[in-house]
Design a protein around this ligand. Structure first.
Ligand code: BGP
Length: 466
């Protein structure tokens, strides 16, 4: 059963919807550059969903949906165009208007400080988070946000999917050809982000703003490929290295030994300075926010040989293998979408229990959804597949709550169709359809899908749905 004050919401991020990429003083970001590189294949950040100019209309749709909360992000380069210098009042004004509009409509803003779009000037200046200098600039930018919006924003999310962006440096704007060097730089920036996250939390506490702050964790959840002890152990190790090493450092204020051991063994260990351990301490978050989409299957690495016995006649997924550690497989019991993400509501129940048992911190789901090539027919989108997905997730969140998990919010990805982080507009997740294609902005009309009306009822009934 969901509590009466449960935060039913939906999610987006700045670069995926705002457009106006160079308007009103905004600086260039890593996600602008990344999308421009693929300009002949996908839609770019230039117009995106034009939310920058249509935010009032969008908030009215949120209200119509009955949203109690809206998970959004602020673009660092709109607030401080080069990332470190002068503050851009027009950027502050835009987010002030948006936040006011939300509050006026009784929608609680849940705001991410850094969701993939990193100011490119900081790459030029010192290679972004690969450099320690970035820590101070991120803390300063966060403080500007707290001071300007902290009177109305009570939920702050620090860094979106730190593990993903540190393993894919080009998301941060860092391009390196050598694979090993790329990994090394990735882990170094991971460490700097851990310190930045801790210092931002401490800064927030100093301001006594009477709100809550925490990280956003991408939480792929892993099942062992068989009951073979080596597979069971590997599934645990992979989950530790992809998820729990980060939540552990946030919670305990120290990098866990299993991470240090793994990085040293593979010549990937980051540099730490004398006082770093001190800096990481005493910055416990108020909650853990999760981006949760799918489950994976992992078995022990067997020199590239797939498991081949009756129990594990599993289809391999070579794209994910971690040499020397793990091999990945498809789950024959689950349905997969075109991009190989499965639908596993039971997996969500399992994941919530695991995260809750490990830390006993309140949990928020700030992303969860199904990507699909939706079709607009007679001004309608019949996305029954998405309704089925959401229905399963709501049912299993409710079960997890009954099992004692303190889950306080659910924000499906995404409120409206957005630019996918890699695949343009046609991989749609929204509850609201945006009438545009990758190469034609058309009229950008907002059209609620069938899932919008289903979710509207779900919110009205506080999750008590069939
Ligand atoms: C998460 C990101 C989101 C969003 C989502 C879907 O990792 O935080 O920004 O993009 O994944 O992924 P994609 O857009 O690649 O389908």
């Amino acid at each position: 059963m969901f509590k009466d004050n449960f935060l039913w919401g939906a999610s987006t991020s700045a670069f995926q919807i705002e457009g106006a990429w160079n308007e009103d003083g905004k600086g260039l970001t890593s996600m602008d550059v990344r999308s421009f590189k693929k300009e002949d294949q996908i839609a770019t950040t230039k117009v995106a969903m034009d939310h920058y100019h249509r935010f009032k209309e969008d908030v009215q749709l949120m209200k119509k949906l009955g949203m109690k909360a809206y998970r959004m992000s602020i673009s660092w380069a709109r607030i401080i165009p080069d990332g470190y210098g002068k503050i851009n009042q027009k950027g502050i004004d835009f987010y002030n208007q948006l936040i006011d509009e939300l509050v006026k409509n009784d929608i609680v803003p849940i705001v991410t400080l850094y969701h993939f779009d990193f100011p490119m000037e900081l790459i030029k200046k010192y290679n972004g988070f690969a450099s320690r200098e970035c820590i101070n600039d991120f803390v300063r930018y966060s403080k500007v946000c707290f001071e300007n919006f902290g009177d109305r924003v009570k939920y702050w999310l620090t860094i979106n999917e730190q593990m993903v962006i540190s393993q894919m440096p080009n998301f941060q704007g860092i391009y390196i050809n050598d694979k090993h060097e790329e990994k090394k730089v990735g882990w170094q920036s991971y460490h700097h982000m851990c310190i930045a996250h801790a210092l931002v939390i401490k800064e927030y506490r100093k301001l006594h703003l009477n709100g809550f702050i925490g990280p956003v964790i991408s939480y792929p959840t892993y099942y062992p490929a068989s009951v073979k002890p080596e597979d069971v152990l590997t599934a645990k190790q992979v989950e530790d290295l992809k998820v729990f090493c980060l939540t552990d450092v946030h919670f305990y204020g120290k990098h866990p030994d299993y991470l240090i051991h793994y990085l040293e063994k593979h010549d990937l260990m980051f540099k730490m300075e004398e006082h770093d351990e001190e800096l990481l301490k005493n910055a416990q978050p108020d909650f853990i926010a999760l981006n949760w989409y799918t489950t994976g299957i992992v078995g022990a690495y067997q020199d590239g040989q797939e498991i081949n016995n009756d129990e594990s006649a599993l289809k391999p997924r070579r794209d994910r293998n971690i040499k020397g550690l793990a091999q990945f497989y498809m789950n024959p019991y689950l349905e997969y979408n075109e991009w190989n993400w499965n639908t596993d509501p039971v997996g969500l129940h399992y994941a919530l229990l695991k995260m809750w048992e490990r830390y006993h911190l309140p949990l928020m789901i700030v992303e969860n959804g199904l990507g699909h090539r939706d079709v607009l027919e007679n001004n309608q989108v019949h996305d029954d597949y998405r309704i089925k997905y959401l229905q399963g997730m709501v049912k299993h969140m409710s079960k997890a709550i009954n099992d004692g998990v303190n889950l306080i919010s659910y924000c499906p990805w995404s409120f409206m169709d957005v630019l996918s982080s890699s695949d343009g507009i046609e991989k749609r997740y929204g509850l609201v359809y945006i009438d545009r294609t990758d190469f034609d902005c058309k009229n950008l009309k907002r059209i609620p899908k069938d899932s919008f009306y289903w979710y509207q009822k779900c919110i009205q009934k506080n999750g008590d749905i069939e």
